[in-house]
Design a protein around this ligand. Structure first.
Ligand SMILES: Cc1ncc(CN)c(N)n1
Length: 215
């Protein structure tokens, strides 16, 4: 088993990657209220996601595995959360409002799901659960770049992060890590990996949708 098998067998993958939220963001037509809602919930989600990456370091056996987790942590804190801090500054959203915002039910469900997988499972299970998050956004960024950017998109900084060479290098590094960890999976383990991946992908769909619904 490998990452591409997980992706190929995931029933909600296209729904995730081509969600209406992504299409509107790509076209620059996404309502500001939806982006603000997403930004706040995603900031809260990323705090937990970074904890998961820290657990990946804890669960690593080798220096090479630890370094993948380390670059994931750096990507979250510097690239992704850094970009949100810039948006907060530009849009006049006080950081205290973001940090003090209530987590939505969707955010709680998704972030605690991956945290539970990370705490209770093996390193391979941890990566199966977080693969939709990192790999999916990398795929979205690459797809938008390949199709060509529109001019004057207010959400271009978001697109720039996920389409950047830096982020693409991290997704490539993670794909290699996942492939190594999943290579010798038994049928029972493969089922477990796929279930973790599919559930996380379903939650990604809900994450976009909550921003459109402002729920
Ligand atoms: C919900 C979600 N999923 C994935 C990513 C990309 N790390 C994100 N920022 N937010």
């Amino acid at each position: 088993m490998n990452y591409q098998t997980l992706r190929h067998n995931c029933p909600s993958w296209n729904n995730y990657i081509q969600h209406e939220f992504v299409q509107q963001l790509t076209a620059g037509t996404l309502a500001a209220d939806s982006f603000r809602h997403y930004l706040i919930q995603d900031y809260l989600y990323l705090i937990h996601y970074t904890r998961v990456m820290a657990l990946s370091v804890y669960k690593s056996d080798t220096l090479a595995q630890m370094r993948v987790g380390q670059s994931g942590i750096n990507a979250m804190l510097d690239l992704e959360i850094g970009m949100y801090l810039d948006f907060c500054h530009q849009w006049g959203i006080p950081l205290a409002d973001v940090e003090g915002a209530a987590e939505s039910a969707v955010t709680i469900a998704y972030s605690r799901y991956i945290l539970d997988a990370a705490m209770s499972g093996s390193l391979a299970e941890l990566y199966a659960a977080i693969a939709p998050c990192l790999m999916g956004y990398g795929e979205i960024g690459k797809r938008i770049k390949d199709n060509g950017f529109i001019t004057g998109n207010p959400y271009q900084p978001w697109i720039d992060v996920f389409s950047s060479d830096e982020f693409q290098a991290i997704t490539a590094q993670n794909e290699a890590q996942i492939d190594l960890l999943l290579a010798d999976a038994s049928p029972a383990q493969a089922d477990k990996f796929q279930r973790l991946f599919d559930t996380a992908a379903r939650m990604e769909v809900n994450f976009w949708q909550q921003a459109l619904d402002l729920s």
